[in-house]
Design a protein around this ligand. Structure first.
Ligand code: C2E
Ligand code: CA
Ligand code: CA
Ligand code: CA
Length: 278
């Protein structure tokens, strides 16, 4: 019994060492990633119930020589911890604004550009000034930009978050509550926050086919959101069955592999040209 415990401890400390090494390696490589042009953006289409394009979500990618493709779920938290997120987020915002502006002019269409907002970036010095600078290609058409926030934001004092979000809203930006239904906060925050859109988390979309409870919850979220005049978007839609059920529940916007994986700039243009001409 004692031996077993010792073994367990050894495995645990080995894992810990590996994850610490990995953390340090990622952190080290991340320092030069922007300068080395290893970071790029991809865009995932968001589709309306009638098949037209609602917008795209900008998602960051990192391809490192030594580490290969590193998942944003891995390096974003590290960048948040050591502060690199500010520089990274500014690149994300300016690059996606430039890319999407170009696509919109080229194809002569307007659609939403959704950008994930990180907590630490939101609270950084000169956030608003810098952001307005970074999206200057949009020439004041802030209504075409949606900032996705998550409930992680409320780690910070709500009294600190609210003024910032209200300023964004006053400027005309759209605000979307990402991963809705997974956090600890209540439906009450929907009234408190200046949000235009709710993103139903993929976990509901996955479970709703087989689980009655998930179906009841997604139906209620959609109903409440619509009663509060918000747009409702379901993420992680992978099958026709999920799409039909969500449509039946009155969900209006869909994002997921069923329609498209995230696409690089050129592939997005090809995807949209195909859609527009058909
Ligand atoms: P998220 O904001 O919830 O993004 C959705 C994730 O689900 C993306 O993963 C997307 O590629 C993936 N996804 C979309 N449709 C499907 C589907 O049908 N099936 C499956 N299995 N997955 C789907 P990704 O790009 O790896 O991003 C993971 C997370 O990393 C994001 O979650 C977000 O929290 C963070 N992230 C990604 N890009 C950025 C960024 O530019 N800035 C910030 N601050 N965070 C980002
Ligand atoms: Ca998101
Ligand atoms: Ca999400
Ligand atoms: Ca997520």
């Amino acid at each position: 019994e004692a031996k077993k415990q010792k073994n367990t401890f050894c495995i645990y400390s080995e894992d810990l060492k590996n994850s610490q090494t990995e953390y340090l390696e990622i952190e080290h490589e991340l320092h030069n990633a922007l300068a080395k042009n290893e970071i790029y953006m991809v865009y995932q289409p968001q589709i309306n119930a009638d098949g037209t394009l609602h917008g795209v979500e900008a998602l960051v990618r990192w391809n490192n020589k030594k580490l290969g493709m590193v998942h944003p779920d891995k390096f974003i938290p590290i960048a948040e911890e050591n502060g690199m997120i500010v520089e990274l987020s500014r690149f994300i915002i300016s690059k996606s604004a430039e890319d999407i502006y170009e696509v919109q002019r080229l194809l002569d269409i307007d659609f939403q550009l959704s950008i994930n907002l990180s907590v630490r970036h939101l609270f950084s010095e000169n956030f608003l000034e810098n952001t307005l600078k970074d999206i200057k290609v949009f020439d004041g058409e802030y209504g075409l930009i949606t900032f996705e926030i998550t409930e992680r934001l409320f780690i910070k004092d709500i009294n600190h978050v609210l003024p910032l979000l209200n300023i964004l809203k006053e400027k005309g930006f759209q605000i979307s509550l990402d991963d809705f239904g997974t956090g600890y906060s209540s439906l009450g925050i929907l009234r408190t926050l200046p949000i235009n859109e709710i993103k139903i988390d993929k976990s509901f979309v996955d479970e709703m086919i087989h689980e009655h409870d998930a179906r009841v919850l997604s139906k209620s979220i959609i109903k409440i959101g619509q009663d509060l005049s918000m747009k409702i978007l379901a993420e992680g839609v992978e099958t026709a069955e999920q799409l039909e059920l969500l449509k039946f529940q009155n969900c209006e916007i869909f994002q997921g592999y069923y329609f498209s994986k995230p696409l690089d700039h050129m592939s997005l243009i090809a995807f949209l040209q195909k859609g527009i001409s058909s």
